[in-house]
Design a protein around this ligand. Structure first.
Ligand code: MN
Length: 277
């Protein structure tokens, strides 16, 4: 009989200074190596490692920024703890992390495995590792400011500063609506009036969350969740791939599965050219 762990303490709700500090993370320019952004991992860390090897990722100077949803669906979600301890690995919070840390906790069927498969301690370690993830990461690059958020910057926000001001204007987490950053699909589903509206003040916004067959650029918002977990779980391996975006060259590398091994199967055109920027 496994004991259900206690729900995480909601200090996040009560500490405004932490809110300001933790909402954003800013990475200064990487002057020695490359920066990459990886699509939704969903527990497929073995496939991520294989892809990084093919990319010749150098952990001594390169950095990898994840769009969130590190956990759930795949079998290795617990390895998020290990990756989040690596100096070169950064991630924004996805709705799956949010849901585990602040939402349903362990009562939801999707999250039961944390306890059943790995026990109470690892479940609590996982919550500790994810509950402070920033909702946005700003990366200073030679190509300007690149922002990573899990789902989207809604086109109702014309300027990135409007989003920052909104988030900073609340001193209480409970009053904040993060949902547009964590779960929004208004651009990709064309629900918004101007799905291709440029987010001013930012050169490129990179998000996951919404499944796409190949990386999709709308305005200066790039969507890269090509759903590798569905290939690993053999739910739909027709287009399932892990996408890694090279921030410097603006190229997307797509890795899909060939048997148990991941293979580099496509390098899309640089996003810059696609966008005609
Ligand atoms: Mn998501």
């Amino acid at each position: 009989m496994v004991t259900k762990p206690a729900r995480p303490k909601r200090d996040f709700y009560k500490e405004p200074t932490r809110l300001i500090r933790e909402t954003f993370k800013r990475l200064s320019k990487n002057t020695t190596g490359k920066d990459y952004v990886v699509s939704d991992i969903h527990g497929c860390f073995t496939q991520l490692e294989q892809a990084l090897e093919l990319l010749k990722f150098d952990p001594t100077k390169d950095r990898l920024i994840a769009v969130g949803d590190l956990i759930d669906r795949g079998d290795e979600s617990f390895r998020a703890i290990e990756f989040l301890q690596k100096e070169w690995f950064h991630s924004v919070m996805g709705n799956h992390e949010w849901s585990l840390a602040f939402g349903r906790g362990f009562s939801h069927p999707r999250e039961k495995w944390y306890v059943e498969k790995r026990g109470t301690q690892i479940a609590e370690d996982l919550v500790s590792a994810i509950m402070w993830l920033p909702v946005a990461i700003e990366i200073e690059t030679d190509n300007g400011l690149v922002v990573v958020v899990h789902a989207e910057v809604r086109p109702t926000y014309g300027h990135w500063n409007e989003v920052k001001e909104y988030l900073a204007s609340h001193d209480n987490q409970a009053q904040l609506d993060y949902s547009f950053l964590l779960t929004g699909r208004s651009r990709i589903r064309k629900q918004a009036m101007q799905p291709e509206r440029i987010v001013e003040g930012v050169d490129l916004v990179i998000s996951g969350h919404s499944g796409v067959k190949s990386p999709t650029l709308l305005g200066n918002s790039l969507f890269i969740d090509t759903g590798i977990v569905f290939g690993v779980k053999k739910v739909d391996d027709e287009f399932a791939a892990l996408t890694i975006f090279d921030v410097g060259s603006k190229e997307c590398y797509m890795f899909s599965l060939s048997g148990e091994q991941i293979v580099l199967n496509a390098v899309t055109m640089p996003c810059e050219e696609k966008a005609g920027l």
